[in-house]
Ligand binder design. Structure first.
Ligand code: VG1
Ligand code: CO
Length: 545
């Protein structure tokens, strides 16, 4: 028997979710758990022999150990070369770019994104294909099938590869090239945006900003791009040191988790003009103004409406795509521009075909995700730089830019109510109940709200005609309001029910209302229609985003 061959038992629970396989660190540390999943990926790839793979992660706890294991397995499986981010670091957008730039077969990204890290936190593994984007469902399904019957894996004998120094190393027959994780990505950003204009903005006495790297992967990227290349004082970049447990915080850029940044931006005695944060692996963005929050769905719409101020998009954009639960603000922009707006299931993997076939230039999700055709992942710093470039051109505040956008296109009041850590059976009951009532809902009237349509969202990919079913329940009202329900595919503990609520307001006099108040009737109805209280015992959501 090949001395690199190890016998193992299959696991039944290695089904990738919205964005790769995510489990608590304890799972991944269990004997053969990581090894099995990696072998399942390798077994599902054609052309692995002699190929180039990209490897890196967000630096969370277990990243370094996992890298050593994956390198040994790659060598034993005949991979030709691994491009490894120095110290095992690559943000998700940077990894996507490196895969594309060096024409790799794909990449293994070690991240659980916005989930907490540390010995009691989460870990995750994602496989991205040669276009730089997340593996499509066809491949993740094949990996899952493989994992359910895997009996053996291949691994080179234990030996430690140096990963902290740039340079080339050999592991058995395989080359390992340790690359600078930041430079290629920083160059890409510099070729996309008007750096001299942003530099001037940052240097101007009237402008101040704060970027929160949340002790996660974007620290080194922000230091190089915002600091070294754009001249931002390093005091204006906070939590820059990536930590294995993200300082004990959730590396999730939203109003309740990015506390330090939020308290600066909501300081009545004088806040910076611009605030931003990214998540654990650097693909999400939150944008804040002085005492002002930019809803991520609005962020996508505003960037699309203003694309032409950015050098890379001055010829205009081809189309936009948004995930189904994302607000319809971007649709209004697409309509005005006379370009298509695609509605896809949640998760970046569904944008890949549209981007590859030049159907869209921008895409985004309500969950603080925005991006473009420069890579095949969402991109936190890209969105931050876009906003800075926009402010530099408009010479206006974040709040004014948003308000002027609403004045022109109307405002989509929007909120997401999450019920986290539910017993799986309770969450399934809610979805089952909703599915069983779908045919009864159309035509029902609740005060001023009349249901026009109710369905279980199915996506047919316009490029390859692949079908993705069960992508969320949509209840659409005849005034365009919507209630959407779906279960999260990134959690690691129980189930999370997400309820997305949206109402359009065209009247500029009503653009300053409290979000939760103005959505009250829809929120109450969303709970009633899904029998949330009866079926889960929860009288209120655990998080409101
Ligand atoms: C969540 C978001 C989804 C996003 C996904 C991965 O998924 O809702 O929009 O694509 O996270 O983002 P779910 O299934 O939990 O709703 V990341 O930055 O965590 O990789
Ligand atoms: Co992320």
């Amino acid at each position: 028997m090949d001395s690199n061959l190890k016998r193992t038992q299959p696991f039944k629970d290695q089904q990738p979710g919205t964005s790769g396989l995510r489990k608590s660190v304890k799972y991944f540390k269990a004997e053969n758990y990581l090894q099995n999943f990696i072998q399942s990926i390798f077994n599902s790839l054609e052309d692995l022999e002699g190929s180039t793979l990209v490897l890196g992660g967000d630096g969370r706890f277990f990243n370094r150990e996992a890298i050593q294991i994956i390198l040994r397995m790659a060598a034993a499986n005949g991979v030709g070369e691994v491009l490894l981010g120095q110290a095992g670091i690559l943000s998700t957008p940077a990894a996507s770019h490196v895969i594309r730039k060096y024409k790799a077969l794909g990449g293994i990204l070690l991240t659980a994104s916005h989930n907490p890290g540390g010995p009691d936190g989460d870990f995750g593994v994602k496989f991205n294909i040669s276009n730089g984007g997340p593996a499509p469902e066809k491949l993740t399904d094949a990996i899952f099938e493989e994992s359910k019957q895997l009996k053996e894996y291949k691994i080179e004998k234990a030996q430690v590869t140096p990963i902290d120094q740039l340079g080339s190393f050999k592991l058995a027959e395989m080359n390992i090239k340790v690359i600078d994780p930041v430079i290629d990505y920083a160059d890409l950003m510099e070729s996309t945006f008007d750096f001299p204009a942003i530099k001037e903005l940052i240097a101007s006495a009237d402008f101040s900003m704060c970027y929160d790297a949340m002790s996660a992967v974007t620290g080194p990227y922000a230091t190089e791009i915002l600091g070294s290349r754009l001249g931002l004082d390093t005091n204006a970049i906070i939590n820059t040191q990536p930590l294995m447990n993200f300082g004990g915080r959730h590396p999730d850029p939203n109003l309740s988790t990015a506390k330090q940044l939020v308290s600066k931006m909501y300081d009545k005695k004088g806040a910076p003009n611009f605030g931003a944060a990214s998540d654990g692996d650097g693909d999400r963005h939150m944008i804040l103004g002085d005492y002002f929050f930019v809803n991520p769905s609005d962020s996508l719409a505003i960037l699309a409406a203003n694309a032409q101020v950015i050098p890379a998009y001055e010829e205009g954009i081809k189309g936009i795509a948004r995930s189904m639960p994302t607000s319809q603000a971007a649709d209004k922009v697409a309509e005005k521009l006379g370009i298509p707006c695609f509605e896809t299931p949640t998760g970046w993997k569904f944008f890949g075909n549209l981007l590859d076939n030049d159907q869209i230039t921008f895409c985004g999700e309500e969950s603080f995700g925005g991006g473009a055709n420069h890579i095949r992942e969402k991109d936190g710093l890209w969105a931050v730089l876009f906003w800075l470039n926009l402010i530099a051109v408009k010479q206006d505040s974040v709040e004014n830019i948003v308000r002027k956008h609403w004045a022109e296109y109307g405002r989509n009041y929007y909120s997401r109510h999450d019920y986290e850590r539910l017993p799986n059976k309770d969450a399934d009951n809610v979805m089952r109940h909703l599915k069983s009532s779908l045919t009864l809902l159309p035509g029902m009237q609740f005060d001023t709200l009349r249901i026009d349509k109710a369905d279980d969202f199915t996506y047919i990919d316009p490029i390859d005609n692949s079908i993705s079913e069960n992508q969320g329940i949509r209840i659409i009202f005849d005034n365009g309001s919507r209630i959407i329900y779906r279960l999260s595919g990134t959690g690691t503990e129980g189930a999370t029910l997400r309820i997305y609520i949206e109402r359009f307001e065209g009247d500029i006099e009503k653009h300053d209302l409290d979000i939760q108040e103005t959505l009250t009737d829809l929120i109450q109805l969303s709970v009633k229609l899904a029998k949330v209280v009866e079926l889960t015992g929860k009288s209120k959501p655990s998080a409101i985003v």
